[in-house]
Design a protein around this ligand. Structure first.
Ligand code: HEC
Ligand code: HEC
Length: 294
């Protein structure tokens, strides 16, 4: 009987800590932020307009390939990564997959005004301008045509790694993503040299190999979808990925940084079962010893 009372006291205080104090402390340390919004209803998007991919092809060829490669459409980069990083601060992404990666409204808004859509206007004050020009002088129909073109050339599906490469790797390394990593060479190092990205962003974007462990999955989604919610005034632009693509990015970060998570979690049930069975035996054993003592 005494043991049961002690158990009840322990359970009571543990419960009070776990359900009472911990959630409160957590809410103080990690402020609650709204869940990611994948329709990007706040941006100056397409407003329901549909585009003509053939017209879009001409417009993109005339306006974008000076900076962006579009390998899929036969436009290789105009310069090597070092030169373009030195010119723009960051290597502009190949646009072959943009139509798949980005939400269409976000993409339209980004083309019109990159700093505004990506919510980094606070970085471009006092005469500093975003390295990609605004195209808000074009007709809304022309913007829709370019989006339609980018969607028409984009692949229908991509691997988790391909998504990371095209959406994040121009700024971030994820060096554990490559088993050939030897301290200097890795195909998963950021495409932009440190010195250039530091000059552009004011800081070197962190290597993302272990962020799946140091941040929660929900934090990563909230952050990628809108970095400012968690880090006010941050240098990281908003990346307007579709929900599916963003899931792939986070899955890739898990494959690289925590590849045995599923295995580990699958062990939880059997392990708890083992503890219960073990506790029963321990109790029976204790009862036997005491019977012999008395
Ligand atoms: C003067 C060079 C330049 C031109 C011209 C240019 N861009 Fe860019 N673009 C950039 C740079 C630099 C970035 C990367 C900016 C960053 O990551 O902060 C970029 C980024 C992008 C992105 C990535 C968006 C994101 O959220 O990650 C898309 C899509 C894009 N540009 C589309 C276009 C299209 C479409 C055109 C033509 C209408 C175009 N760009 C013209 C330099 C340019
Ligand atoms: C144009 C450059 C750029 C791109 C593209 C970019 N990031 Fe970042 N990212 C940054 C910078 C700069 C920081 C550091 C922000 C700071 O310290 O304020 C950062 C920080 C982060 C962090 C750390 C947040 C924290 O809590 O400390 C994560 C996670 C992250 N980025 C994920 C991503 C993912 C995933 C992608 C691709 C979908 C991506 N980033 C694309 C520039 C970029």
């Amino acid at each position: 009987m005494r043991e049961l009372k002690i158990l009840a006291v322990v359970v009571f205080f543990t419960g009070a800590l776990y359900w009472g104090v911990e959630p409160f402390a957590h809410s103080q340390l990690h402020k609650h932020v709204s869940t990611p919004e994948y329709t990007f209803s706040d941006v100056d998007g397409l407003k329901g307009m549909t585009g003509d991919a053939t017209k879009g092809a001409e417009l993109v060829t005339a306006n974008c390939i000076a900076c962006h490669a579009i390998e899929k459409a036969g436009f290789p980069p105009m310069m090597d990564d070092e030169t373009s990083a030195a010119s723009y601060g960051v290597v502009p992404p190949d646009l072959s997959t943009s139509g798949h990666l980005y939400n269409a409204d976000y993409l339209a808004a980004f083309i019109k005004n990159p700093a505004k859509a990506a919510k980094v206007e606070h970085k471009f004050t006092d005469g500093a301008v975003h390295p990609m020009p605004n195209y808000d002088w074009m007709q809304p129909q022309e913007i829709a045509d370019m989006v339609a073109y980018l969607q028409s050339i984009a692949p229908a599906a991509m691997t988790n790694k391909e998504v990371f490469v095209d959406a994040c790797q121009r700024c971030h390394s994820i060096k554990y993503g490559d088993f050939r990593f030897d301290g200097t060479k890795s195909s998963m190092l950021s495409k932009t040299p440190d010195a250039n990205i530091k000059a552009y962003m004011g800081t070197i974007p962190p290597d993302l190999s272990q962020y799946i462990r140091s941040r929660s999955v929900s934090y990563l989604h909230e952050f990628i979808n809108e970095p400012g919610k968690h880090l006010e005034g941050t240098a990281m632009p908003r990346v307007g990925l579709t929900e599916d693509v963003e899931n792939q990015v986070v899955t890739y970060m898990q494959e690289v940084g925590d590849s045995s998570k599923d295995e580990r979690e699958a062990l939880a049930g059997p392990f708890l079962g083992y503890l219960v069975i073990f506790a029963i035996f321990a109790w029976l054993w204790k009862a036997k010893i005491w019977r012999e003592v008395h």
